[in-house]
Write a protein that binds this ligand. Structure first.
Ligand code: FAD
Length: 310
């Protein structure tokens, strides 16, 4: 017989998780997956959507306490609709707003949470690549205490994480942004809404005083078993932000992608287009770092999904 419980505190939720219950936040993956016949609903479910401590976007008090520059704490229950309109996220952590704004439909964005997106562990998740380039860590709480995990430690394969069954994700923690920096997330999609990423790329760019590249981070969506952090970009520092640099980023991204073929795209098409997306993400992040206004989501500004009259 299945059991459904509503938790009102983190302590209550982790006690229920230790007793074998599975958390449900917005239910847009868990419940929809069940209705589509992908996976049966768990025997025991605990609804976490009324836990006030899991809400809100604000300063990361932990960083302030240990003397580092305060970053941002995003509660696990923060919805995509909140992420895409929050002034701090849009202003300073823009790739995350770009990603959230592309999720599903208004209904999905109002119900779906960042905690559910991250813990579902899909390599096509739209907040994943932005979180990687922004240096996110995830706060996991259980009866044994609290631990912080890096994205590459959390995501272990398509739909799997290293979190124990009794661990609740309580927040995403993002470090303060460096000066002269900005970020962007671009996704290849065949239609304008209700589409998951064919491929996607996020970039975070820091500019030097002369406008050249001081540092760049890139992460890729839907071209590997998990979100892929691109390595080997350090050598690009100091170069001007020109077409040669964007071509180099595209080549490096393509060389590290390990895509599959499925009904939505072949592996060769994914490998080619992820390079294009990586270059566009770097270009858009650099433009934002120079102070240019590129609206959220950046997809529409660069022409993907833009209507003819826009
Ligand atoms: C029509 C539709 C379109 C969609 N389009 C997109 C899209 O474009 N891009 C995209 O990335 N996603 C998309 N999704 C997937 C989904 O909406 C997102 O992944 C959403 O963020 C999931 O959040 P949720 O709160 O609904 O998760 P839930 O369904 O409540 O949970 C998902 C999983 O995470 C676990 N979980 C939830 N919260 C926690 C927590 N705090 N700690 C530990 N485990 C937790 C649950 O046990 C479950 O395994 C779409 C879904 C639908 C139905």
């Amino acid at each position: 017989m299945s059991a459904f419980t509503i938790a009102s505190t983190v302590a209550e939720a982790v006690t229920l998780l230790a007793d074998g219950a599975r958390p449900v936040a917005g239910g847009t993956d868990l419940v929809v997956g069940h209705r589509q016949g992908k996976a049966p609903l768990p025997e025991k479910v605990v609804a976490i959507d009324r836990i006030a401590d899991l809400r809100g976007i604000g300063p990361d008090e932990r960083a302030a306490a240990d003397g580092s520059t305060a970053g941002l704490r995003i509660g696990a229950l923060v919805t995509h609709a909140e992420l895409m309109t929050d002034a701090t996220v849009v202003g300073s952590y823009t790739a995350l707003a770009d990603g959230a704004a592309l999720v599903g439909s208004p209904a999905t964005r109002n119900a779906g949470t960042i905690g559910g997106n991250v813990m579902n562990g899909s390599p096509a998740m739209d907040t994943g690549a932005p979180l990687v380039v922004l240096g996110a860590r995830f706060e996991l709480v259980s009866g044994r205490g609290t631990r912080l995990v890096e994205p590459d430690e959390l995501w272990t394969g398509p739909g799997t994480t290293s979190a124990a069954d009794d661990e609740l994700m309580t927040a995403c923690l993002l470090p303060a942004r460096p000066p002269s920096s900005a970020s962007a997330y671009v996704r290849l999609e065949y239609r304008r809404a209700m589409e998951i990423a064919v491929v996607g790329a996020a970039a975070s760019v820091e500019l030097g005083d002369d406008g050249s590249l001081a540092s760049v981070r890139v992460a890729l969506t839907a071209v590997a078993p998990t979100i892929l952090a691109v390595t080997g970009l350090d050598d690009l520092a100091g170069r001007p932000l020109d077409d040669d640099l964007l071509a180099a980023v595209a080549d490096i991204a393509r060389s590290q992608a390990a895509p599959i073929s499925d009904l939505r795209a072949s592996d060769a098409y994914r490998r080619h287009t992820v390079g294009v997306m990586a270059g566009r993400a770097v270009s858009a992040a650099a433009a934002r770092a120079r102070g240019e206004h590129l609206a959220v989501p950046i997809n529409r500004s660069v022409g993907i999904g833009r209507k003819a009259d826009q």
